[in-house]
Design a binder for this molecule. Structure first.
Ligand code: GDD
Ligand code: MG
Length: 342
């Protein structure tokens, strides 16, 4: 039997922890190596038979237009759904899935994974659940939704953002839902699927199934995690992704006298000048590292610039941000269009 052919991908968060990059780029559209993050998510869905994806966001909605346009003619087909004010994860799913009468996938739009979605859907059918939640093992569940299961894989409890640093199985942000799972979600206010919908379904005694998996899985919601996911992709740790390392876009311009580590991405139109050193970093479209500058463990947003001889470490430069000649910074965050302040 075939799995769901439709998916809702949640892309409407503000990407707070990835600021200032997300001041101008929604988190799901930040490129990962060679294409927008969301393209990786959609390609993964296509590989598991999904033909239509529903997307909605009230945050930076306009910037999704070009992305939707660029996917024209590709599978899955993208359908944009209006979300005037942020509806929360549960509200957004209920809103997008209105009218669906078959089971469907729901994915957080910031997860890089090679999870077997076909196996997830098969488990959902076998157990007759109203919702099946993919689970990943972690050492510290605090940033996630902690899930406890009985021996048969039934979800006993869903605890979003536990206060204690406990290890366990957490919500991997990938579900198969029956339409009835979100049917009762109130319209007109933000509703969290994690804090409200899942606990309410469990409270009603409905069957929720947990699907633990050891697949590659990372939430790219922080600069550290975004860089880790990028380096893992360069290392070939994600099934289906295969890149040369460092990854230099065909339109990147790297001086033959520059030094690049292996964990480096240089995007289209980005440049690295002579005697510069770049390690463990991502340079997005049109970013520049001037002569003799040093860049480590940093993300340079579109058109951002590190001046000659400057040293930048653990830093995130938003679109068009600059670090002046000779300046030094560690752990800095520079807003769009701004210069690093001394
Ligand atoms: N359309 C829409 N509207 N999307 C939203 C909204 C909204 O109001 N709020 C958040 N989203 C999207 C975000 O863009 C993201 O793709 C997804 O919903 C999850 O939001 P995050 O802000 O990234 O949540 P999180 O990472 O703290 O926690 C979630 O993901 C964890 C796994 O990485 C939860 O689902 C946890 O339970 C889970 O463990
Ligand atoms: Mg997240």
């Amino acid at each position: 039997m075939r799995g769901p052919t439709r998916a809702v991908v949640l892309v409407g968060g503000e990407g707070t922890r990835l600021r200032p990059l997300t001041e101008t780029i929604p988190k799901p559209l930040v490129p990962l190596v060679d294409r927008p993050f969301l393209s990786h998510v959609l390609d993964h869905l296509a590989a598991h038979g999904v033909r239509e994806v529903l997307l909605s966001s009230s945050y930076l909605e306009a910037s999704f237009g070009a992305f939707v346009e660029s996917r024209r003619g590709l599978l899955p087909e993208v359908r944009w759904v209006a979300e005037e004010t942020p509806l929360g994860t549960g509200g957004a799913v209920a809103n997008a899935a209105r009218g669906l009468d078959e089971s469907f996938f729901v994915l957080n739009g910031d997860i890089l994974t090679d999870l077997d979605l076909t196996a997830l859907a098969a488990r959902h059918r076998e157990t007759g659940a109203v919702a099946t939640i993919a689970l990943a093992p972690v050492e510290d569940a605090r940033p996630y939704g902690l899930v406890s299961l009985d021996e048969e894989g039934r979800v006993l409890e869903f605890r979003e953002k536990p206060a204690e640093p406990v290890p366990g199985l957490v919500n991997a942000g990938t579900y198969v839902l029956e339409p009835e799972a979100v049917r009762g979600v109130p319209a007109g206010r933000a509703v969290s699927i994690e804090r409200e919908v899942f606990p309410a379904l469990i409270g009603r005694g409905l069957r929720l199934t947990g699907f633990p998996s050891a697949a590659y899985w990372v939430d790219v919601g922080t600069p550290e995690k975004y860089l880790q996911a990028t380096f893992d992709a360069l290392e070939g740790r994600i099934r289906g992704l295969d890149y040369a390392a460092p990854y230099l876009h065909p339109q990147a311009r790297v001086s033959l006298r520059a030094h690049l580590g292996r964990w480096v991405v240089v995007g289209p139109g980005a440049r690295v000048e002579a005697r510069a050193l770049v390690e463990d970093s991502v340079l997005l479209e049109g970013a520049a590292v001037d002569e003799g500058a040093v860049v480590r463990e940093s993300i340079l947003g579109p058109g951002a610039r590190v001046g000659p001889g400057a040293r930048v470490e653990g830093t995130v430069l938003a679109e068009g941000a600059t670090v002046p000649r000779g300046a030094t910074c560690t752990g800095a965050r520079v807003s769009a269009g701004r210069a690093l302040e001394a």
